[in-house]
Write a protein that binds this ligand. Structure first.
Ligand SMILES: Cc1cc2nc3c(=O)[nH]c(=O)nc-3n(C[C@H](O)[C@H](O)[C@H](O)COP(=O)(O)OP(=O)(O)OC[C@H]3O[C@@H](n4cnc5c(N)ncnc54)[C@H](O)[C@@H]3O)c2cc1C
Length: 560
């Protein structure tokens, strides 16, 4: 369910998947194929491959390499899970807060492949106006609107929704693209996207809507409200300076819709991958898991990656230990390859370094408090309304989410989830200062509700840009960045590279075309697996061609 701007296309029965228009390769079918992800020569079974980062991408990479009979060696500077980080409240450990990824679109079929495999249960996420959200309040310019469904909102919001629908249909072939994605018509997807790309790469999100006929006619107030209330997950105006291509990738693939959360927290997925012992593996005995291969803990932070005199890649840890590998997969945010890891310059071509350094990350902050019970479900006898609702506002908080696992137990308020400028406003403040300001904002919207009196435990807050292991929340390309993304994404197919640049593979969500969505962490990990297999002299099963086998045919086009 989207806030103001539901974008239904002709429903032909088939679901929309995250079949990315830049490379519409069906990773879900590739993963499910009984022939598996290929093979490496038998004499290489047990060969070590370094994987830098134990986030989702690193764990998917390592898990699949292990299944193929290789021995992944995972390095991690912080904790298993990376940006799928779940914090719990010390006094009530069952109450958990997802500080990074928290809501996962059902269209992300490669991500759900692993969730299903590992048997992790999910629940619908209480987004604005979602079916599971009892009520939503939109508060703009001091004016508050209470809604149980979108139909309760004033006509103005329908006009905003209609203007957006018209803008993406007129300017970006939305309906045709969704139809092609539903039917997995890759030729049609490429035809539509390749025509739009050169035209839209240099346009900002804001430029796109401001130039659209529908928003021009509707006027500034509609554009402003669109930015504040947005679509799917809430206000997207902090994305206004980003390339419109980034937004189209999200809405075409329904990444902003049909969200579910992982019961017990998102970190359970990477932890489950770490601990799971797949059956029927090549080479490794039953019961082998990533955890058992590592003796229970990954190696430490990587400080240096270089090419040794014998041609192998040397990986050196922060505290000095070094090892050599024929292949290395890095999955940390790519800025870290120059800022925190001394990566030998000649391992990448200068234009690759440009692409890495020009990466643009969003800042993001979240602040959670635990409360004694989900009191927001109490009904105000005077108004007949919920006393507190999921809230979208133009105040500092921007978005407040209410999360509970049933009545009569402690529950969670995500007081504020913000991006970019809105996140920077919190950066210098302590957790308590943040909470005080957030409560102040909410008091203006809900004057009669004493939220503070329900708070128990200490607040939990995060600013991802302040963490040296991440330096930002997730990537979002600026106008003109398509060429950089194309280079980063396609690098895993290395047959055109000189020998001295081969064997190091980039993965992780900032290498994907859908940064900010865990699906991209999974799929770029699978690309890296394909690259490593080829590098070691292996291949895909002929009946289950891999991403690199189809990259030339379906891959992102090169602009001049
Ligand atoms: C605030 C926020 C909200 C998000 N919301 C959503 C959402 O709702 N839905 C969704 O699908 N996605 C969401 N995402 C994106 C999702 O969290 C990511 O796509 C995914 O977790 C990225 O996984 P990764 O493995 O690519 O990278 P990471 O998780 O960043 O993993 C990289 C790992 O490398 C480690 N590392 C760094 N430096 C070194 C070093 N020198 N040596 C060894 N290890 C190192 C890091 O500690 C980290 O563990 C969100 C992200 C953030 C930050």
């Amino acid at each position: 369910m989207t806030v103001a701007t539901e974008l239904p296309s002709e429903d032909t029965g088939a679901p929309v998947t995250m079949l990315n228009p830049d490379f519409p390769f069906s990773y879900d079918r590739y993963l499910q194929h009984p022939a598996g992800l290929g093979s490496v020569p038998e004499e290489l079974h047990g060969t070590e491959v370094a994987v830098v980062g134990a986030g989702l991408s690193g764990l998917v990479t390592a898990y699949e390499l292990m299944k193929l009979g290789l021995r992944p060696v995972i390095y991690e500077s912080d904790r298993i899970g990376g940006r799928l980080r779940t914090a719990s409240f010390p006094s009530a450990p069952d109450v958990v807060a997802d500080l990074g990824g928290m809501r996962f679109p059902v269209s992300g079929r490669a991500f759900y492949h692993y969730l299903d495999l590992l048997g992790l249960p999910t629940l619908a996420f209480p987004n604005p106006l979602a079916d599971v959200t009892p009520s939503t309040v939109i508060e703009l310019k001091g004016q508050s609107y209470y809604a149980r469904t979108a139909a309760d909102l004033p006509a103005f919001f329908t006009e905003v929704a209609d203007a957006w629908k018209a803008a993406v249909n007129d300017g970006a072939a939305f309906a045709e693209m969704q139809e092609a994605i539903r039917s997995r018509d890759t030729a049609r997807i490429k035809e539509l996207w390749n025509a739009l790309l050169p035209e839209l790469d240099e346009k900002t999100f804001y430029g796109f809507i401001a130039e659209s006929k529908s928003f021009k006619e509707a006027g500034f107030a509609h554009r402003e409200a669109f930015g504040q209330v947005g679509f799917g997950t809430g206000g997207w105006d902090t994305d206004f300076p980003n390339s419109i291509l980034e937004i189209l990738r999200v809405v075409y693939t329904d990444a902003d819709d049909g969200h579910r959360r992982i019961v017990g927290g998102a970190q359970r997925l990477p932890e489950a991958l770490w601990n799971h012992a797949p059956s029927g593996m090549v080479h490794w005995p039953e019961g082998t898991s990533l955890s058992s291969l590592h003796g229970g803990a990954p190696r430490g932070a990587v400080a240096r990656i270089a090419r040794g005199a014998d041609g192998d890649l040397l990986v050196q840890e922060r505290w000095g230990r070094a090892a050599k590998y024929r292949a290395v997969v890095t999955t940390c945010q790519s800025w870290l390859l120059s800022t925190r890891i001394h990566t030998q310059e000649s391992l990448f071509a200068p234009e690759m370094w440009t692409a890495i350094e020009r990466s643009h990350y969003m800042q993001s902050s979240k602040t959670f408090v635990m409360v004694d019970r989900p009191f927001w479900k109490d009904i105000d006898p005077a108004t007949g309304r919920d006393v507190l609702s999921m809230t979208l506002t133009d105040r500092l908080n921007r978005a407040t989410y209410l999360l509970d696992d049933g009545p009569d137990k402690p529950a969670l308020i995500l007081l504020s989830y913000t991006w970019n400028d809105d996140a920077l406003k919190w950066l210098a403040l302590s957790a308590e200062e943040r909470v005080e300001l957030m409560l102040h904002s909410l008091r203006q919207i809900y004057p009669g509700v004493d939220i503070a009196s329900h708070i128990i435990g200490q607040p939990i807050t995060v600013s991802w840009e302040a963490d040296p292991n991440f330096m930002g929340a997730f990537k979002a390309n600026l106008p003109g960045h398509y060429r950089y993304q194309q280079r980063l994404f396609s690098h895993f197919k290395q047959d055109g590279l000189p020998e001295h640049q081969r064997g190091i593979f980039l993965a992780g969500d900032d290498i994907s075309f859908t940064a900010g969505w865990a699906e991209g962490a999974v799929t770029t990990g699978l690309n890296a697996v394909w690259g490593v297999v080829q590098h070691l002299g292996g291949s895909s099963a002929p009946e289950n061609l891999g991403p690199g086998d189809l990259l030339d045919e379906l891959g992102p086009i090169r602009l001049d």
